[in-house]
Design a binder for this molecule. Structure first.
Ligand code: ADP
Length: 484
């Protein structure tokens, strides 16, 4: 590791969202944490993102310079990530970014009609900064781009002499930034990039292809997802290209915020606990049962689920299993919001089983922490999961996850089979097939494990010891940068 730290790189991290400045999903968590972790490894890293109206900075913002692009004056502003020294450059173009709504949609959830132009302009400014055409005496060695909104950066940089190396990270293949071909003219795309081996995809303009075709390295957020996206089921038509680039494609698991999700210091839970004070976890269980109106019983296994209620997360499979689960000795807690159909079916089941099932429809950060602290078992039967966070939070809180063997779930949970239990490596229960039958089998297997107190306690301790820190992931990114 000491060897890695010595070589200091100038890294420009290009992203369309970063927590806590602005967030719509997991990309913001990565963009908020990874640059900080790389800075802690002595890297000279700067972040560049659009200056949206909803962006929340809490430190000074200064004017850096103005660049002229396609007959527009675009200002560059400079601030810092909250609680860190990481410099953030904000691309300030009122015509494209200064309106209400989120980075991609209006307040009704409709995609902005000029998204291709908005993010093409953002990419152009990122290229200008990376090449130091803004005269800051800071030319990037590495440009790290994230998701389709930044896909044109590696493509445009490929046309430059003496350019920085480029990395493109896929956070979810389901979003590709595909636009009608007439946008090629609207965004003034250099002709060399417009062909089927470039950013053209079925006669449409594909932003993500700019990253997948032209970046020196392509990464995604887990090793298993890196393999899965090379298949038609997960590649959405780009599996051939990804297979073609497999030698430069790697999966690196995201970290979690180890301060926010720490049972020893978590402000949302009481009492706090660690792997040597698991009886205090039981006190959290009792409090949780009381809070949610379930019978207080330390012995009955509490199974929990916290999730967006969408098909990707396997909610339909859980609904199919619930009648049988309710006939078993267990309690079930669910916190989530999403598709109305799922919400309604769950509400009907909760009404039928008030003594066994507690349903909270909505988004509640505090309750999510209390559930992780108080539950025994966590369900995550996703159909696909590029990385996933809750299975890692669960392990840190000694809450044994039941997960489907896909993406980041397969890479972060070790199935409890006799061999792994004997070796003290088991941290959860893993099942293969995306079906209610397989999920039900996994639940039954977990219930059996739960009756063996000693083995269960050991598994909790082993799960709590796992290192899901950002530092670990940042070291892998650093190794990747240095290998280019
Ligand atoms: P995804 O990003 O696909 O939704 P992840 O597991 O990667 O799935 O991350 C989901 C994050 O959102 C987790 O931190 C989870 O705790 C949180 N979350 C999801 N639904 C809720 C909810 N209803 N209330 C509180 N937190 C939630």
């Amino acid at each position: 590791m000491a060897k890695i730290e010595k070589i200091k790189k100038k890294i420009l991290f290009v992203t369309s969202e970063a927590h806590p400045l602005i967030k719509t999903g997991g990309l913001a968590d990565v963009s908020g944490s990874l640059p900080k972790a790389l800075a802690e490894l002595s890297q000279d890293i700067r972040l560049i993102m659009p200056n949206y109206q909803a962006l929340k900075t809490n430190g000074p913002v200064r004017f850096l310079c103005t660049v002229r692009i396609d007959n527009r004056d675009v200002n560059l502003l400079e601030t810092r990530m909250p609680d860190s020294q990481v410099i953030v450059w904000l691309v300030d173009c009122a015509e494209f970014f200064n309106y209400p709504g989120n980075p991609y949609t209006d307040e009704q959830g409709n995609a902005w009609p000029n998204n291709a132009e908005r993010f093409a302009l953002f990419c152009r400014v990122a290229v200008i900064c990376a090449m130091d055409r803004i005269n800051q005496d800071w030319k990037a060695d590495i440009v790290h781009c994230n998701d389709w909104q930044t896909g044109l950066v590696p493509a445009l940089l490929s046309l430059e002499h003496d350019r920085p190396a480029t990395v493109f990270t896929i956070h979810n293949m389901a979003y590709q930034g595909i636009f009608p071909a007439d946008q090629v003219v609207a965004i003034n795309l250099p002709g060399q990039l417009w062909h089927p081996d470039g950013v053209e995809f079925n006669h449409m303009l594909s932003f993500i292809k700019g990253g997948l075709v032209y970046a020196d390295r392509v990464t995604t957020v887990s090793p298993t997802y890196a393999l899965e996206i090379q298949t038609p089921e997960f590649g959405y038509g780009l599996e051939g290209l990804l297979t073609h680039r497999k030698d430069v494609l790697v999966g690196i698991i995201n970290g979690i915020d180890m301060d926010q999700w720490n049972p020893e210091t978590d402000a949302y839970i009481n009492p706090k606990f660690n792997a040597t004070t698991l009886t205090k976890k039981t006190q959290n269980k009792t409090k949780l049962q009381k809070k949610l109106g379930l019978p207080v019983n330390a012995k009955v296994p509490v199974v929990a689920l916290i999730s967006r209620l969408v098909e990707q997360k396997g909610i339909d499979m859980v609904i199919d299993c619930l009648p049988e689960m309710m006939s078993m000795s267990m309690q079930f807690i669910l916190l989530g919001a999403g598709e109305k159909d799922f919400e309604q079916q769950l509400q009907e089941l909760a009404l039928l089983h008030p003594d066994k099932m507690a349903l909270t429809i909505g988004y509640d950060e505090g309750l999510a922490h209390a559930i992780e602290a108080g539950a025994d078992i966590f369900l995550m039967p996703s159909r696909f999961e590029p990385c996933g966070l809750n299975q890692m939070y669960s392990q840190r809180y000694g809450t044994i996850p039941i997960v489907r063997k896909t993406g980041g779930l397969a890479d972060t949970v070790i199935d409890a089979i006799p061999e792994t239990i004997a070796q003290s490596t088991a941290t959860g229960v893993v099942f293969n097939e995306a079906s209610a039958g397989s999920l039900m089998e996994a639940i039954k297997r977990t219930m059996l494990l739960y009756t063996n107190r000693e083995a269960w306690d050991n598994m909790q301790v082993d799960a709590m010891k796992k290192d899901f820190s950002w530092q670990r992931s940042a070291e892998q990114y650093l190794e990747l940068y240095q290998g280019i």
